[in-house]
Design a protein around this ligand. Structure first.
Ligand code: BEZ
Length: 323
């Protein structure tokens, strides 16, 4: 390449890097949750805030309910730069690198406050910083409600879950947890769960209080095991390809709005969980309060396997032990 051509190419690239957001028409964020879900509401707040703070220059369009595809499809779109942002569960990351699955260790944290603190700690931040290997930039952690168990019939002890088909996300740490309990984990995307439960294709599900109430799963349920057995992190990501052409100023604006809004989301889940549990208590569903001993030796077995599968788990346990 001649020196002159090289210079003009370099100038064009620099120009694009500084101005890409202003020339791009609209940016898009994809989410699998339906519009009433807190993730979707947070995405709308992020869009409003970014628009206001950029003086109307950056217009972020929110696509809830998996309108842009499931998480695997959205990750591909992020990698190719067709999609700009997403709020994603750990699913796609944990199945590529088990260290991300360690964030789903049973009873790693006691509650939402513990989840919030651990997600700000060095081990979780190391995972966030390592997301470039997936072709995305990790902008921060959000979460959904603590995981609970909703079943069709009566459950009084963990033994009652044995042999039962329990809906999970297709995630190795979740599948292992249920297998170790003697249940039959049945991976299923969120939109398929209502019908599967109503038709008894599944006997129960791992879910949160919010989904139980808003999606009316409780109408077909007998028992809610209020176990709080797992935190459920979400990661706000940007397409690394698109991020590379945003100006520094726009990057900082978007990153700071995302960070603040999703941290607010995490903090609010203590109240959200409590509010939805109170609503579920008004229904015919029996509530069984459960803590780690309820699950017997299965959890210790889970940890002894996963400390080998996911080396970061030990660091997370150490940090969690100090909270
Ligand atoms: C679920 O698949 O259970 C789920 C996904 C996103 C947010 C909350 C729950």
């Amino acid at each position: 390449m001649s020196a002159r051509l090289w210079m003009s190419t370099a100038i064009a690239v620099a120009f694009l890097a500084q101005n890409a957001v202003s020339v791009a028409a609209d940016l898009r964020i994809g989410i699998i949750t339906p519009p009433p879900h807190e993730w979707s509401k947070t995405a709308t707040r992020v869009a409003e805030d970014i628009k206001a703070k950029s003086g109307g220059k950056i217009n972020l369009l929110v696509f809830p309910s998996g309108q842009l595809g499931n998480e695997a499809q959205m990750l591909q779109q992020l990698q190719s730069g067709v999609l700009d942002f997403a709020f994603l569960t750990l699913g796609e990351f944990a199945n590529r690198d088990p260290n991300y699955g360690a964030l789903l260790a049973p009873y790693l944290v006691k509650n939402v406050a513990g989840a919030r603190a651990l997600l700000k700690g060095p081990a979780a931040q190391e995972l966030l910083a390592g997301m470039s290997k997936f072709g995305v930039v990790g902008l921060g952690y959000g979460m959904a409600g603590m995981r609970q168990i909703l079943t069709a019939g009566e459950v009084k002890a963990a033994g009652d879950l044995s042999g039962k088909k329990i809906r999970t996300i297709p995630l190795a740490p979740e599948l292992d947890f249920w297998r170790m309990l003697g249940s039959a984990p049945t991976p299923m995307p969120l939109p398929a769960v209502y019908d599967a439960f109503a038709n008894r294709q599944i006997d129960g599900m791992q879910i949160d209080f919010e989904g139980t109430w808003n999606t009316k799963y409780y109408t077909n349920a007998g028992t809610m095991i209020a176990s709080n057995h797992m935190m459920f992190p979400m990661i706000a990501v940007a397409s690394a390809r698109k991020w590379a052409i945003f100006s520094k100023e726009d990057e900082e604006l978007i990153a700071s709005v995302m960070k603040a809004q999703i941290d607010q989301l995490v903090a609010s889940y203590a109240r959200i969980d409590a509010d939805y549990l109170a609503k579920i208590r008004t229904t015919k569903v029996s509530i069984v309060e459960a803590s780690r001993p309820f699950f017997g030796p299965a959890i210790d077995r889970w940890y002894s396997e996963w400390r080998n599968k996911a080396p970061i788990l030990k660091k997370l346990e150490e940090e969690a032990g100090k909270l």
